[in-house]
Ligand binder design. Structure first.
Ligand code: SF4
Length: 413
């Protein structure tokens, strides 16, 4: 079977049959068949009309040069480009319901629990903070359509490191300031402290006051009835309500995430926000600035350790995974511009989104909160944030300096 055959076989009958009929009507090369099949698979995920239904057949049929297949493909490319290059329209898009899956929870022993941030690309083509990752829990019960965590780990099984406290306390941590994040292989608050994860992280943070432990969540889970050491920072990934509703399935609403962050703040912890992944959709310029307003209404700058911004970025492998999954989603209805070995929005779109978001925060936040761009092209920093770094190392050091300053403020009586 060719690559096109595989994709065609996975299409529902209503899209498959017209495509096969098209291939007998006109002559297509194998690569054109693949392109037409991929486009139909994308249109299906976006819940858009099949192009086989709207192609200008009378114009194509009038051609006397025998290149009818070429003419179809040229029209298809124009159509796909027009959808990808404008703001994604979610107004009529409602994906199929996502029933809450049943997971069994297993405790596991892992020989190595620390790793490196998965984002870096050789040669510092994107600015990376060199986060150390700690996979205390693997697999996620949420279902964000742009995420590949579910495909990466065993289906229907969430795995928590069972002896985490002993493991962490026996680690030899080399000198220096360590910034360790736990939100790469799951949502950091998914299991709360049900399997001792938070108690273990808390004991580890207390034993090493110079390390910074960052948790990242999209949940509204309340785990704030016991105090945490000041170097344990709780962050929430925030998004526009439209994107939460249509792409971040089973996660907490924006309001619930902010309520959870307020509980963390009231419990004495520093909080942070990742406005990530920002999506270029119709309404982005109203909904994202409203997030800044909400944050400014609920938190003072001294409550906040950091605010990051980032957007949709896919590796080739992730694109294939998401396409094979075939889930109804519009996250791939975007210009997939090559970006340091991955694919993302063009730089001018990113500059507009990040710049608008940053300017939406009151000046006192812009002056005193540590803002950064996550995994983005270094050329975006100056136009968006008015500052930049000449190397990842400089960024990493400056970030840690800011984090420790905020943590020290918390330690003062
Ligand atoms: S919450 Fe995080 S880990 Fe879970 S599905 Fe969403 S992006 Fe992936």
């Amino acid at each position: 079977m060719s690559a096109a055959d595989d994709i065609i076989a996975a299409l529902p009958e209503g899209r498959r049959k017209p495509l096969l009929a098209l291939f007998s009507r006109y002559h297509f090369t194998e690569s054109q068949k693949l392109e037409a099949a991929k486009a139909e698979a994308d249109l299906r995920q976006w819940k858009e009309t099949p192009y086989t239904e709207i192609a200008p057949y009378s114009d194509i049929d009038r051609r006397g040069d025998g290149r009818k297949g070429d003419a179809y493909i040229i029209g298809l490319r124009k159509h796909m480009h027009s959808l990808r290059s404008c703001e994604t329209d979610y107004s009529a898009f409602m994906p199929a319901a996502h029933p809450r899956p049943k997971y069994r929870i297993a405790t596991i022993d892992k020989p190595a629990i620390l790793g490196k941030c998965p984002c870096p690309v050789d040669g510092e083509k994107t600015r990376c903070c060199k986060l150390t990752t700690l996979d205390a829990v693997e697999q996620c019960a949420f279902s964000c359509s742009y995420c590949s965590v579910q495909a990466f780990y065993a289906e229907n099984e969430i795995r928590a490191v069972g002896n985490l406290k002993e493991k962490l306390l026996s680690l030899t941590i080399p000198d220096g300031i360590w910034h360790i994040g736990t939100g790469q292989a799951s949502d950091s608050l998914l299991l709360g402290d049900d399997y001792g994860t938070l108690s273990a992280l808390s004991a580890f943070a207390s034993a090493h006051p110079d390390i910074v432990i960052e948790l990242k969540s999209k949940s509204g889970r309340d785990v704030f009835s016991t105090p945490y050491p000041p170097n344990m920072i709780f962050t929430w990934s925030l998004n526009a309500p439209t994107i939460i509703e249509k792409e971040e399935h089973l996660t907490a609403s924006l309001g619930k995430r902010l309520e959870s962050a307020m509980r963390a703040r009231d419990n004495g912890s520093l909080v942070g926000f990742h406005i990530h992944p920002m999506v270029y959709f119709k309404g982005w310029d109203e909904e994202y600035p409203r997030i800044a307003e909400e944050i400014a209404k609920c938190f003072s700058p001294s409550d906040i350790c950091m605010i990051s911004m980032g957007t949709l970025t896919f590796t080739k492998h992730m694109l294939r995974t998401l396409r094979e999954r075939g889930e109804e989603s519009k996250v791939l209805e975007m210009e997939l511009t090559p970006a340091a070995g991955k694919f993302s929005y063009p730089l001018d779109v990113k500059e507009r989104m990040f710049g608008t978001m940053h300017r939406s925060f009151p000046e006192e936040y812009r002056k005193s909160v540590f803002f950064y761009l996550c995994m983005e092209d270094p050329s975006l920093w100056h136009p968006v944030l008015g500052r930049g770094y000449s190397s990842d190392k400089d960024f990493e050091m400056d970030m840690k300096k800011h984090y420790l300053k905020r943590i020290e403020e918390r330690r003062k009586p």
